[in-house]
Design a binder for this molecule. Structure first.
Ligand code: ZN
Length: 284
């Protein structure tokens, strides 16, 4: 599932590639992906509009149109935004990205196309005049890639959930937005903190360390254009895989030796998700 670095990669790509383009035609193949407004209204309000800029809130990509409406895209589990969409591209030929999953196609006035492809169909698309009309966005917590995410701010947010456990806290979008299972595992391992540790039990140095690792891991992952682990769906707008997967130190490394102490990496289930840990480096 795309997390913050993957969504930020796509945002940056789109900002570079489609800003100032004008939408000539809109094709919606699966109407249920348009959550708001009606399909007819969605088409009339996007047709002929120009793209002003591409923004992001947590894992939501926000495309500002010159009408002042905002086109909001959440990739869900397997959503891809491909631009320019080219039927002869390598991925299509290899059959990795199948045209039957192209649920939304924008054609710009220069005849290039932006395609939203989503195999599992958990993706969501909205068109609103005010972003906060979407409840799940208005409730999002702090964004760890923004400048305002300082150590002081991190401590303030941690203090809201002192009795909670650290990994579920990191993955709760109401506190910190954008961290999912991959990056929560990575930052905890790199900070030597067991995912089930109570927030109240963390000492000052651990909090400092964790804060720094969140900044470090996420910025490096953005630089390497996100992670595509094994058979995961994530691709950038060119259809390319994210290169941070090679840098993962604990995620998806079950049974392999810990790079710090050599103990085999173990998996524990926490709230239905696999947590990868080194039981020697991350003690409860
Ligand atoms: Zn270890």
């Amino acid at each position: 599932m795309p997390e913050l670095p993957e969504v930020e990669t796509i945002r940056k790509d789109l900002q570079e590639k489609i800003t100032y383009k004008q939408i000539k035609d809109v094709i919606v193949n699966i109407s249920k992906i348009i959550k708001k407004p009606s399909l007819e209204e969605f088409i009339t309000k996007t047709k002929d509009k120009k793209i002003k800029e591409i923004d992001r809130r947590g894992k939501y990509i926000i495309i500002h149109l010159d009408s002042e409406d905002k086109l909001i895209i959440h990739l869900g589990m397997t959503g891809l935004l491909i631009y320019p969409y080219n039927k002869n591209s390598k991925e299509i030929l290899e059959g990795e990205i199948k045209a039957k999953h192209n649920h939304l196609v924008f054609t710009f006035t220069d005849d290039t196309q932006l395609v939203f492809n989503d195999v599992r169909r958990f993706g969501k698309i909205f068109l609103v005049s005010n972003i906060d009309e979407i409840e799940s966005i208005s409730k999002l917590g702090i964004d760890p890639l923004e400048d305002y995410f300082t150590e002081e701010v991190f401590i303030q947010v941690l203090n809201k959930k002192k009795k909670g456990k650290i990994k579920p806290f990191l993955m709760n979008q109401k506190f910190i937005t954008g961290l999912g299972n991959i990056y929560a595992n990575e930052v905890l391992y790199r900070s030597n903190i067991h995912p089930l540790r109570l927030i109240s039990s963390l000492i000052e140095e651990e909090v400092k360390n964790l804060y720094q690792q969140i900044k470090l891991v996420l910025s490096e992952a953005v630089e390497l254009r996100g992670s595509t682990v094994a058979d995961e769906a994530y691709r950038d707008t060119d259809g390319e895989k994210g290169k941070f997967a090679k840098k993962l130190q604990v995620y998806a490394r079950k049974g392999e030796p810990c790079i710090k102490c050599g103990h085999p990496i173990e998996v524990v289930r926490i709230e239905g998700r696999s947590s990868f840990i080194c039981p020697q480096c991350q003690k409860l």
